[in-house]
Design a protein around this ligand. Structure first.
Ligand SMILES: C[S@@+](CC[C@H](N)C(=O)[O-])C[C@H]1O[C@@H](n2cnc3c(N)ncnc32)[C@H](O)[C@@H]1O
Length: 469
């Protein structure tokens, strides 16, 4: 079949992996579908690749809606790049994610999984309004096809059309007060007559708006990004500052406001920072730990979910933490290590990105944690040395990126003979692959598999696994 062929009236069956849907052609070949669809719907598709056993396709249009599809009562804007599944009722979203984990396991060699049961998926404590960080972009929306010309807009880039900003005044994944603040800033900046920055010509002023919100302490940080070499900017400086100071009087939760000056072509919100109001950071509290969050800090974007996930990890790991040596691999912001540190003798947290870890050294000190060591290295390199010199780790925590564990690292984790391994995964396919290696090459047994829904309305799924020797 030729590229761009249209396949008509295809019924979408189910999700297979990483945001791709599955259907069957009348010739019995498998069809993989990319796009925002709901299982059970009838769609027209465009063929992108035609292989021996399958077609890769993209959704053109929906011929008939799925019986399960429902417009979310709080989201009139439909499915978009941020909420690809918002029109699928939440219970159905959970079923889809749960079966995705089950399928990933049972697609690999069955012998490894004979006796395991997968626990029911843990739903997110918040279904909407759960994001504690959001970054909007300024630009335009010009479409000849729709005869629209909007030269100043603030929201997200249109999916697959980076040159356009959607004209929407509300976002389902953030709290109502953050939406209100967003609208007030959008109205003010639009009426200030300074232009939105154009990344093609590198001219214009407003570039980004980043808002962070600590959920448990309920503090808000605003960062306005702009091109400070724009001509008229200095004349408007005082009125922009006044607007933000007044905004913080109206919304008392605003504790920190920054300008981020960026005249480089790089499309990055955080650049040369100037604090214009009050605190350098906002404070978040997860379990008993306090975190100072500055503009550049890495932090889980769903605080409620983070608390839930960390509680699950702690519960599964608890029996093995007493006076133990813990290796926290792929540690990111070191949070899991910190949460387990109170009972441990020593925690070694290994992370590749130095910047992710920088603030957290300070945070560990603030929380009186003294038994952690932070290692800026590749896990695969670090383990080679560790097995040579230490040869001991009572508990392993593994939380790798989507690609799973590096093949050089996998055999080495088996050499510690740690009583317990907790594997936290954001990709069921690589999780199943890595677990299969572990189970086949050692005496570890899988004791628990718990799927956790971290980001409702999206395709992301997290799974926590406990292995015991
Ligand atoms: C899923 S995140 C970890 C989340 C973290 N454990 C937490 O609870 O917040 C994966 C982390 O692995 C890091 N990473 C990716 N490849 C790595 C490698 N080869 N060695 C060390 N860290 C790596 C990434 O920078 C990222 O911070």
């Amino acid at each position: 079949m030729k590229k761009w062929t249209i396949l008509e009236n295809i019924k979408v069956e189910k999700l297979v992996f990483w945001g791709q849907w599955f259907a069957r052609h009348t010739d019995w070949k498998v069809i993989f579908i990319t796009g925002w669809v709901v299982p059970g719907s009838i769609v027209n598709l465009r063929v992108l690749k035609s292989k021996k056993d399958y077609y890769e396709t993209q959704v053109l249009d929906v011929v008939k809606k799925s019986p399960i599809e429902k417009t979310h009562p709080n989201n009139p804007y439909g499915m978009n790049g941020w909420c690809k599944r918002v029109n699928i009722p939440y219970e159905e979203q959970l079923k889809i994610k749960e079966s995705q984990v089950i399928e990933s396991f049972f697609h690999t060699e069955k012998t490894a999984w004979e006796k395991i049961t997968i626990s029911p998926i843990v739903p997110s404590p918040l279904i909407d309004s759960y994001r504690n960080k959001v970054e909007f972009s300024y630009w335009k929306y010009i479409s000849a096809k729709e005869s629209r010309e909007e030269h100043f807009n603030l929201w997200f880039h249109k999916q697959w059309e980076f040159s356009k900003i959607e004209d929407i005044n509300w976002f389902i994944l953030i709290k109502e007060e953050i939406n209100e603040i967003f609208r007030e800033i959008k109205d003010f900046t639009k009426s200030s007559w300074l232009p939105a920055y154009d990344p093609m010509t590198h001219k214009g002023f407003y570039r980004h708006l980043l808002i962070r919100n600590s959920f448990f302490k309920d503090e808000i940080m605003i960062i306005l990004g702009f091109n400070h070499v724009h001509n008229d900017w200095n004349n408007n400086l005082n009125s922009i500052k006044d607007f933000f100071i007044n905004l913080s009087k109206k919304h008392s939760k605003i504790k920190s406001i920054y300008f981020s000056k960026n005249d480089s072509p790089a499309d990055i919100a955080i650049w040369e920072l100037e604090l214009i109001y009050w605190n350098e950071f906002i404070v978040e509290e997860i379990l008993w730990l306090k975190f100072n969050i500055s503009p550049k800090s890495f932090f889980q974007t769903n605080s409620h979910w983070a608390e839930k996930l960390y509680s699950i990890v702690k519960e599964l790991a608890w029996d093995d933490t007493n006076n133990s040596i813990i290796l926290d691999l792929y540690a990111w912001t070191w949070t899991i290590g910190m949460i387990l540190s109170d009972n441990a003798k020593k925690v070694y947290s290994v992370e590749l990105v130095k910047q992710a870890s920088q603030d957290w050294q300070e945070n560990a000190e603030k929380n009186w944690i003294k038994n952690m060591e932070f290692i800026n290295a590749k896990v695969e390199d670090y383990l080679k040395d560790y097995v040579k010199t230490w040869e001991k780790a009572d508990l392993l925590i593994i939380d790798p990126p989507r690609s799973g564990m590096h093949p050089d690292a996998l055999p080495n984790i088996l050499k510690f003979e740690s009583k317990t391994i907790i594997y936290v995964s954001c990709n069921p396919a690589t999780l199943a692959r890595d677990l299969q290696f572990i189970v086949k090459n050692s005496n570890y047994k899988i004791k628990k598999v718990i799927p956790v829904d971290m980001f409702p309305h999206t395709h992301h799924i997290e799974t926590v696994v406990k292995l015991e020797l």
